[in-house]
Design a protein around this ligand. Structure first.
Ligand SMILES: Cc1cc2nc3c(=O)[nH]c(=O)nc-3n(C[C@H](O)[C@H](O)[C@H](O)COP(=O)(O)OP(=O)(O)OC[C@H]3O[C@@H](n4cnc5c(N)ncnc54)[C@H](O)[C@@H]3O)c2cc1C
Length: 338
């Protein structure tokens, strides 16, 4: 393990924010992680666990140790006629795991193609896209407790997954380092084409017979055309979560804003697209020096280059305030602000 002093985090976050870590280390082995955590117990310093940096906003230099998880490996644990159980290490690139499964014909995560970041961060916020969330195929999460170095296994139920939520993001925040996950995937998949955009692309691509590959290709096509590429323009995908409001409030808002969009969810609640609220509040495409709101996706805040995290945090606060004023809806960041 090579701990380096004063390392720029610019290449390690997709916003491209240029802050420094007082110390930086890449963790390639489980035993190294356990050694690191033991040293932390004797010599406590702030510790930040990082994957691909695609869901973080750095607002200042990190006065402590940033440990980038690089544990690798994808392993078939067992299989029967219908399913496979696959274990993947936390440092694997998520999309590489999806591609592995697509090539092998294991169904279940093809709708999650091209989501940036690592396998280890995927359960953190229960990644989801195009009608699928990781919780639907996740069997267990393996994680090391930061205070003891002990490896624990969490069942799906114990992860308490919700919309962009898990125990690792709330009650166990900063208490565990995820080292791997186990997925139960299907050899006889049922395809999820509930999103209109997928159906349209399948039609354009003249797909006659649905397959894992065809859906993955469609999702990649949609995502590449819709979302800004962090390699070209700094961003971390959706900055805010889509809020849910009571059905009664939605009905009232419909009187004032007849075009408001909403999707019924459980418990008489309605999910409202945060992007729509932000756009209607006049933020779409607004640029403020080095930062701004993307011109095609109001939900995506961007760093055109040279922007600071604190400026993006201020912009996000201004957006929250104006959406609250106009619609009476409090939108919350999906991003981890550090
Ligand atoms: C263009 C773009 C599109 C996106 N689209 C989607 C989407 O469709 N759906 C979606 O859900 N997300 C999306 N995201 C967000 C992001 O890709 C996911 O949240 C992803 O899982 C983050 O992975 P990461 O490795 O980059 O995590 P990081 O940003 O490195 O970390 C995120 C959080 O998890 C913690 N963490 C990371 N690894 C570990 C670990 N091994 N153990 C413990 N804690 C850890 C970090 O401390 C941090 O708090 C998008 C992002 C971008 C840039």
């Amino acid at each position: 393990m090579h701990i380096q002093p004063e390392v720029s985090l610019k290449p390690h976050n997709t916003f491209g924010i240029d802050v420094k870590a007082q110390q930086f280390v890449e963790v390639h082995q489980l035993s190294d992680l356990q050694t690191l955590l033991k040293e932390q117990q004797q010599n406590p310093t702030p510790l930040l666990i990082l994957g691909g940096g695609s869901n973080v906003l750095f607002t200042r230099d990190f006065e402590g140790l940033v440990a980038k998880i690089k544990l690798k490996g994808i392993r078939l644990l067992r299989e029967d006629d219908s399913n496979v159980w696959l274990e993947a290490a936390a440092g694997e690139v998520w999309h590489d795991l999806v591609m592995h499964c697509v090539q092998k014909g294991y169904g279940g995560i093809e709708n999650l193609s091209l989501i940036p970041g690592t396998v280890g961060a995927a359960p953190m916020q229960n990644i989801g896209a195009y009608g699928v969330e990781i919780k639907q195929v996740l069997e267990t999460v393996q994680a090391v407790e930061r205070s003891t170095g002990v490896l624990k296994v969490f069942t799906n139920e114990e992860c308490k997954f919700g919309y962009r939520e898990s125990v690792f993001k709330n009650i166990y925040k900063d208490q565990f380092v995820i080292t791997g996950i186990t997925l139960k995937l299907s050899k006889k998949p049922t395809f999820n084409t509930s999103y209109g955009a997928i159906q349209e692309v399948l039609q354009t691509n003249q797909v006659k017979e649905l397959s894992i590959q065809a859906i993955s290709d469609a999702v990649c096509q949609i995502r590449s055309s819709k979302l800004p590429d962090p390699a070209k323009i700094g961003n971390a995908g959706s900055f805010f979560k889509n809020p849910t409001i009571p059905f009664t409030q939605f009905e009232q808002l419909k009187q004032a804003f007849p075009h408001i969009v909403g999707y019924p969810v459980a418990n008489s609640q309605v999910k409202v697209p945060a992007g729509w609220l932000i756009e209607q509040s006049g933020w779409k495409g607004k640029r403020f020096g080095h930062i701004g709101v993307h011109s095609r996706q109001a939900l995506v805040l961007v760093n055109y280059g040279g922007g600071e995290g604190s400026q993006i945090r201020q912009l996000s606060a201004d957006i929250q305030q104006s959406v609250l004023q106009k619609f009476g809806i409090a939108i919350q960041p999906e991003i981890n602000i550090i």
